[in-house]
Write a protein that binds this ligand. Structure first.
Ligand code: NAP
Length: 280
């Protein structure tokens, strides 16, 4: 029978321990604090921000919002990153990405203290993901995949993991994190020749593309674990993913969209902020 891997269950199991760590930090006069930096009022950013605020409140993390003009120049981003980096009462920082201007995004990342980079954008974080050493954290969505797999006790050691998508925020870091966990990893992208065969080979299939219904029956086989990272908001306001839910084999385990991986992303973010506040 098909089994849904639900984010809500991961949160119910893991949030109390995080809240306790936040409480201890606050008692010690170090209330975990996250700076959110948003440019303009993009609906996607605002929706993500609402989810972050809800999760932060549940865990006991304080949030400070920095809202800049949508066309903020690189100089203003640099100045904001410097201010956050120098503020000892802020432990973590998340910039809503992608920005329209990649130069401004890079300028922000260059100035942000790596130990406050809770979403894997600085060189320190990239080194950590790549080499397993260095300062910083993996991007929250990539890390959430492993938080969810761990919760459901799905082993990575020796497993065939196929990633569809190789972006810097999800596909690439998730591939490296899977490799650190001794999985055998295949990464597919828009030029991959036989996507369906690479997907069928997977024990664990992670899809992060942004194309509704990309994964069809020819990509799937019985017994797989399927992590659908894609998010598509349809005209009627409903949400769906990259995997066509109508073609799922009966005996697979799958993250539904919505309700699967999405909620776990803010849990990973909360954990990063607490680890940063603990001075990991
Ligand atoms: P992205 O930067 O646009 O990257 C998409 C990747 O998919 C690229 O590597 C691209 O290949 C690959 N691709 C495109 N068409 C393909 C095809 N036909 N076959 C195989 N690969 C293909 O997107 P992203 O930022 O990684 O986001 C991916 C999805 O995750 C989006 O739907 C986004 O909304 C969602 N998302 C979810 C969460 C969450 O919390 N669940 C968080 C963030 C984003 P090339 O490299 O060759 O171009």
């Amino acid at each position: 029978m098909k089994m849904e891997l639900r984010g809500r269950e991961v949160i119910a199991a893991r949030l109390p321990a995080l809240a306790e760590r936040a409480r201890l930090l606050t008692e010690a006069g170090r209330r975990p604090t996250l700076a959110l930096v948003r440019l303009g009022e993009k609906p996607d950013d605002l929706a993500y921000e609402r989810q972050i605020l809800r999760r932060a409140e549940a865990v006991g993390i304080q949030v400070r919002a920095y809202v800049l003009p949508v066309d903020a120049p690189a100089g203003l981003l640099t100045e904001t990153a410097r201010q956050i980096s120098d503020d000892p009462t802020i432990h973590g920082c998340l910039l809503f990405r992608p920005l329209g201007d990649p130069v401004a995004e890079a300028a922000f990342a260059a100035e942000l203290a790596p130990e406050k980079d809770v979403d894997g954008m600085t060189r320190g974080s990239l080194a950590r993901i790549y080499a397993g050493s260095g300062t910083g954290f993996a991007p929250c969505t990539a890390e959430a995949v492993f938080e969810l797999l761990d919760h459901y006790e799905i082993p990575l050691e020796g497993a065939n993991v196929t990633l569809v998508g190789r972006s810097l925020v999800i596909g690439r870091p998730a591939a490296l994190l899977a490799m650190h966990r001794n999985a055998t990893v295949t990464v597919c992208h828009s030029r991959s020749r036989d996507l369906a065969a690479a997907c069928r080979r997977a024990d664990i299939l992670i899809v992060a593309v942004g194309r509704r219904g990309l994964i069809q029956a020819d990509c799937l086989q019985g017994g797989q674990v399927i992590i659908d990272v894609g998010i598509h908001v349809l005209e009627d306001g409903s949400i769906t993913g990259d995997v066509d839910p109508a073609v799922l084999p009966d005996d697979c385990r799958v993250t539904p969209v919505p309700g699967g991986l999405g909620p776990v992303t803010t849990l990973s973010l909360a954990r990063h902020v607490i680890e940063a506040a603990e001075g990991r």
